[in-house]
Design a binder for this molecule. Sequence first.
Ligand SMILES: *Cc1c(COP(=O)(O)O)cnc(C)c1O
Length: 429
Amino acid sequence: MNKIDNSIKFFSEAKKHLPGGVNSPVRAFKNIEGNPIFFKKAKGAYVFDADDNAYIDYIGSWGPMIMGHSHPTIIKAISKQLELGTSYGAPTKIESETAELIKQCFPSIEKIRMVNSGTEATMSAIRLARGFTKRNKIIKFDGCYHGHVDSLLIKAGSGISTFGLPDSPGVPPQLAKQTLSCEFNNQEDFLRVFEKVKDDLAAVIIEPIAGNMGFIPSEKSFLKLIRNKTKENKSLLIFDEVMTGLRVSLGGAQEIYKIQPDLTTLGKVIGGGLPVGAFGGRAEIMNHLAPDGPVYQAGTLSGNPLAMAAGSALIKLLISKNPYDALENKAKKLLKEMKTIFYANNISISTNQIGGMFGFFFSKELPQNLKDVVKSNDMYFKNFLNACIRNGIYFAPSKFEAGFISTKHTNKEIKNTIDIVKKILRKGI
Ligand SMILES: *Cc1c(COP(=O)(O)O)cnc(C)c1O
């Protein structure tokens, strides 16, 4: 068992200064009633905490560390830019270079705008959709999280579900009323709501592969229906690929399903570990943005050169290595072995993976929507997660989050993980 005295001390100090001791809620470990681990460095597949314990990391900063932590190519790219200045508040060549790399991966993106977070990307994409269509209503899906945008904090996943808030105080009811939430993977529910609001429907936004209610891919027929209905109705379809873009495959979920959205939001991986978001899509729509068009959107640090340097270096690596099949096979192997161990202990577990993303649930059947995830066993999750963390395996500390594997997770890390899971189950959870 790892000793975490410093993490305990730092957390109690942090609580004096930061609400809940953290700058993003899921980090507080409330869902598993544990003490958050404070980190001080990371390399390859490992993160190291303030007490010098090493952990095999299955979060990878929620996506960006797909090639492992502190990758030398990315460090070099950042260092090179660092010497030249950290921000100019003016255009640079590297912004177009990064845009071109992203467009190479996402044929549905003709023009793109860089922002500073995934939240900013979805917020701006729905403003653009409303400005372009001159309509107001948005449809989203229960359990899909699109950042903490007012209009989208309606039955959102991860943090919100973790804390049992159906939506958030501070969101005006008049605004919340413009957003309708349907059940994920439920065609009838979508059609019912769609028919009700279609005349004023600006956009449908969805995580085509959800990573904020655990890991739940859409059914292809469900996505196809949404694509057809939005097209027919001249409403925009927004794929929120902040998590899945360049993570499940180079071209994200849209490449896997072969379905093109009108707008795509990106973040996480495209910043290479620095704060970046982006939204892009058909030029006809993107041209409605200021300064070409009337829909206002801006950012002092947008397209920041350090972030563009890190992001473009990572995207180039991913294009040249295309590691997604290898990542999926590794995730499969890990989950298959975990399943065997849990079943031998009479504990039901279901698993799924695509590319470098995965999920496991303490339920017999694989969840298809938020309700199914809510029903999965909380006690097993909490006990298993705490045991993993105290034994050097860092899985996401909430059953509403996905798992992430990197190219630096070799057979050795997988085997060590399995050995630790075996050890945990011998003691019982
Ligand atoms: C993380 C995430 C966001 C929000 O991105 P931030 O950078 O945290 O603001 C939006 N959508 C999805 C699907 C995400 O996973």
